[in-house]
Design a protein around this ligand. Structure first.
Ligand SMILES: Nc1ncnc2c1ncn2[C@@H]1O[C@H](COP(=O)(O)OP(=O)(O)OP(=O)(O)O)[C@@H](O)[C@H]1O
Ligand SMILES: [Mg+2]
Length: 337
């Protein structure tokens, strides 16, 4: 089917992942845009580069906040521009499969519908797939047969714990901790130790360059920040030790939330989860040794996925190509909302 206009879309806080059935490929773009008044200046990576250093009349924002759509119109435009960039995107009469959080209100469902049926993208058939199910499909979780499996997706602003049993999802909880909070924690640590204020983007760079939650290899990076006392720019050499202290601070909080969640799982299911190991995915699970760190904190073993941030979109890809999995996609029409 060459002219199949089907898309699997995962709207994330940091990036949008679009699987195009036509190209058979997953595209990823930062979910951020820069605009002045009603004029869009930049989207995606270009807009990200502009953030934290724009004049007052230019705003740089992300249309998603904590895994939910915060700005409908911006999200639609961003999605439209992204799809236009890759495909001769038809604009209308296509089918999209959205990966959505399981515990959505009617209003949030309406937002997803609206993004695909607005001003730029129209007459779209919309299906919703619960994001943890999409993850489970791409990670190959035996969730249709298992007595208990658990999946953790650590993203940019959210982490989601989900438990499956007897072919369905039994529990799912979101905690507002992810890569952004880890970056903030790194910035806070640097401010506390050196009286130096650095931007979140700088913190993100330090995290990706030196983040490592095990016997630390010594490393250091030079950063420029603002002196918290004098307000003047200052240079400082930041060691990997400091960066990881910041990361650990945030990860400890996450691990403690995970422990509380694990304690609430019924024992016969939790027994099975312990035997199987917890499945771990999401962009932030790229931090080296995060899985062993969480294992030592919670006492459970972890199976780290090699798909990372792409796992949800990869699950949608399987769903689009496999008729038997269509039962996990719920069609949404305007009348039903
Ligand atoms: N090599 C890396 N080391 C550490 N963190 C990383 C690395 N690569 C990406 N990340 C982090 O992964 C996060 C993005 O993950 P992901 O794409 O799963 O989130 P999202 O789906 O956009 O957000 P959410 O699911 O919270 O709405 C970012 O915070 C980014 O900093
Ligand atoms: Mg995500």
């Amino acid at each position: 089917m060459i002219f199949e206009k089907k898309y699997g879309i995962d709207l994330g806080s940091s990036s949008v992942k679009v699987y195009s059935a036509f190209r058979d490929k997953i595209y990823i773009s930062r979910n951020i845009m820069a605009y002045r008044g009603r004029t869009i200046i930049a989207i995606g990576n270009e807009a990200y580069e502009m953030s934290e250093k724009t004049p007052a009349d230019i705003s740089v924002t992300s249309p998603m906040a904590f895994g939910t759509i915060a700005d409908l119109e911006l999200q639609e435009i961003l999605l439209y521009k992204m799809m236009r960039g890759q495909d001769r995107f038809p604009r209308r009469n296509c089918t999209v499969f959205f990966a959505v959080p399981p515990d959505m209100s009617a209003l949030e469902k309406r937002a997803y519908y609206q993004v695909a049926n607005g001003h730029w993208i129209r007459h779209t058939r919309v299906y919703m797939v619960e994001a943890p199910i999409a993850d489970a499909l791409s990670l190959g979780l035996p969730f249709e047969t298992t007595a208990g499996s658990m999946l953790v997706n650590i993203g940019d602003q959210t982490t989601r714990f989900s438990v499956f049993g007897s072919g369905r999802m039994i529990m799912s909880r979101m905690v507002p901790i992810g890569g952004t909070q880890i970056n903030e924690s790194i910035a806070q640590e640097i401010r506390r130790r050196y009286d130096l204020a650095i931007g979140i983007r700088t913190a993100n760079r330090l995290k990706i360059a030196m983040g490592r939650l095990s016997d630390q290899s010594k490393d250091a990076r030079r950063v420029v920040g603002m002196d918290a006392v004098s307000g003047l720019p200052r240079e400082e050499v930041i060691s990997s030790y400091v960066v990881n202290a910041g990361i650990m601070d945030c990860v400890n909080e996450l691990a403690s939330r995970m422990k509380t969640f694990l304690e609430r799982i019924p024992p016969q299911i939790s027994y099975q989860v312990a035997r199987e190991g917890i499945y771990l995915t999401g962009g932030s699970s790229r931090i080296p040794y995060l899985d062993t760190y969480l294992a030592s904190y919670t006492g459970f073993t972890f199976n780290l996925s090699s798909l990372y941030e792409n796992s949800t979109a990869a699950g949608l890809e399987q769903l689009i190509h496999n008729k038997e999995l269509k039962k996990y996609a719920q069609p949404i029409s305007q009348r039903k909302l």
